[in-house]
Design a protein around this ligand. Structure first.
Ligand code: ADP
Ligand code: XUL
Length: 528
């Protein structure tokens, strides 16, 4: 069997390729990360006019053109080829994508994907396959009316949550599809296939439409979370004819196809290379962090901040603020998602014209508890708690006070995660941190102190791409008749660049602060 496994992650701001190499034949645990390359969308593809990977519209709309993702795939593979990576040794490719974002393809897509000409560039050959020019993504908060309509049709919020694993959320794909059907009925009608970002990229590589998996499918308000298949009732409540636009859900570790001849000719892949269905970036991160059983929490500080944990069986959040998604390893994951993650920290950093170093210095020299100052960091709309009107709230400090504001934003983010994760059950033994901002030790020290447990900073911050590569390895081994468990395949990668221990004195101060934070949040949400 070929000894390389490729993981591709199409996130909000960048496209990442991560290559795993099995170094000893016959020993699937002898893997190491051979190469990681990320292409930032704004920097590498300025012709699409994105800012932080997205194009904001009116009334809370946030879209990205799908052609940007096609260009990014093409460019990432070109970079690997130019670097001399033996792509013919890639046994399988796994995929991860920012969740909820949807791509709408017309009836010409099947033929176009199957007939790609390997002597030509990829993106221009697909210019005419979109029935919607831009893709709504997870930051889009424009579908409150559709959420209410779907909720009413399915018998209320609790019923939607029990059926799909989450209440109806604005960014979830079902409400987004319903809005498209209502506002552009003729384009909805012309749509033959609806893909998620995570199923669109594998569809390009397979040369045919690849099904959605239970990890990302659970982020649509369309999947019966217990059965891991589409819910007829949810499809009906969302838009007419929707079932004909979706293939049945396929488990993430099944092979969806072998690679299309286009990529064999153009990039030198082996025709035997296996294509997996993609999954969401959070389910992929769960695998990349080795969270294949309970006991530890994962926290990803990417564009969004997310907190997640593995669960054996479905157990939904009684407050309705969080979600249950399928885990790519089987089983489930509980997850809380914050929109005001890195972009809120960036907003504070930029308001006070600070470098990340200066931002970190302030965190290092200001006191836990912030002398009683606090913040609700709703620079944009928020998911946890549900806040549809942007506006950061400051308590006990002035807007111009950089020291207080820097500490306030981070303390608020970490405390909100603590209080909203209580429903997930017992205290974790440790936290594994990943994502762009996990490079920042001072932020992670506050995380350790607030939760009162050690925080381990994973060696690679590309845990989603790593998870996708591990899924590829898992499927390729099984197909080769030499299966290995996810536990054994993830273990070699659970390595810390550093681990921070909690300071008990600070943890006690934060317990008091959590009380204050909860009061402020409850009072503010009641005014909305
Ligand atoms: P995504 O995968 O969602 O596109 P990443 O995980 O790559 O995002 O994280 C990108 C974010 O990381 C940037 O928006 C930036 O704010 C943040 N970041 C990068 N370096 C630092 C740092 N030293 N301290 C805090 N945040 C950082
Ligand atoms: C998850 C979510 C975000 C995106 C982008 O529900 O909305 O975390 O997956 O990373």
């Amino acid at each position: 069997m070929a000894n390389l496994f490729l993981g591709l992650d199409c996130s909000t701001q960048s496209f990442t390729a991560l290559l795993l190499e099995q170094t000893i034949p016959g020993d699937p645990t002898s893997t190491r990360i051979l190469l990681e390359r990320s292409l930032n969308f704004d920097e590498h593809f300025p012709e699409f006019g994105t800012r932080n990977g997205v194009i904001p519209g009116k009334n809370g709309e946030v879209h990205t053109p799908p052609q940007l993702w096609v260009r990014a795939l093409e460019e990432a593979l070109t970079v690997l080829q130019k670097q001399g990576v033996p792509l013919d040794q890639v046994a399988a490719i796994g995929f991860s994508g920012q969740q909820h974002g949807s791509v709408y393809l017309n009836a010409a897509a099947d033929k176009a994907l199957a007939a790609l000409d390997g002597s030509k560039a990829l993106a221009p050959q697909l210019d005419f396959v979109y029935s919607r020019k831009t893709s709504p993504i997870w930051m889009d908060s424009s579908t409150s009316a559709e959420c209410a309509e779907i909720t009413a049709a399915l018998g209320g919020s609790d019923a939607v949550c029990a059926l799909t694993g989450s209440k109806a959320f604005e960014r979830f794909t079902g409400p987004q599809i319903r809005k498209f059907y209502k506002t552009e009925p003729e384009h909805y009608q012309a749509t033959a296939h609806i893909c998620l970002v995570s199923s669109f990229i594998p569809s390009l590589l397979a040369g045919k439409i690849v099904p959605i998996d239970p990890g990302d499918g659970a982020g649509m308000n369309l999947m019966d979370i217990a059965r891991r298949q589409w819910s007829h009732a949810a499809l009906e409540a969302t838009a007419p004819g929707l079932s004909s636009k979706l293939l049945p859900v396929l488990e993430s570790d099944q092979v969806a196809a072998t690679i299309s001849p286009y990529f064999v000719k153009r990039f030198g892949f082996s025709p035997a290379c296996k294509i997996l269905p993609g999954t969401g970036d959070n389910p992929a991160s769960l695998v990349g962090l080795g969270l294949v059983s309970g006991g530890a929490l994962g926290i990803s500080l990417g564009t969004s901040d997310t907190l997640f944990a593995y669960m054996n069986a479905v157990c939904t959040d009684p407050t309705g603020a969080s979600h249950v998604f399928g885990s790519p390893t089987g089983g489930y994951m509980a997850i809380s998602v914050y929109k005001n993650g890195s972009l809120a920290r960036e907003a504070v950093r930029q308001r006070h014209a600070l470098t990340w170093e200066q931002f970190s210095d302030i965190l290092g020299r200001t006191p836990p508890g912030n002398n009683g100052a606090a913040m609700l960091p709703y620079f944009g709309t928020e998911i946890v708690p549900h806040v549809q009107k942007p506006g950061a709230q400051r308590y006990g400090f002035a807007e111009g006070d950089a020291d207080a504001e820097v500490r306030a934003v981070v303390e608020a983010q970490m405390t909100s995660m603590l209080v909203h994760a209580e429903w997930m059950g017992e205290k974790p033994r440790r936290i594994q941190a990943t994502g762009g901002a996990s490079n920042n030790r001072e932020i992670l020290q506050i995380m350790a102190d607030v939760f009162g447990v050690p925080v381990m900073r994973q060696e690679t911050s590309n845990s989603a791409a790593l998870g996708a590569a591990v899924c590829a390895q898992h499927a390729a081994l099984r197909e080769a008749g030499t299966p290995a468990s996810f536990e054994s395949l993830t273990l070699p990668h659970v390595k810390a660049t550093f681990t921070l221990q909690p300071n008990p004195k600070n943890t006690a101060a934060y317990a008091k602060f959590a009380k204050l934070y909860r009061e402020k949040e409850t009072a503010y949400v009641a005014t909305l």
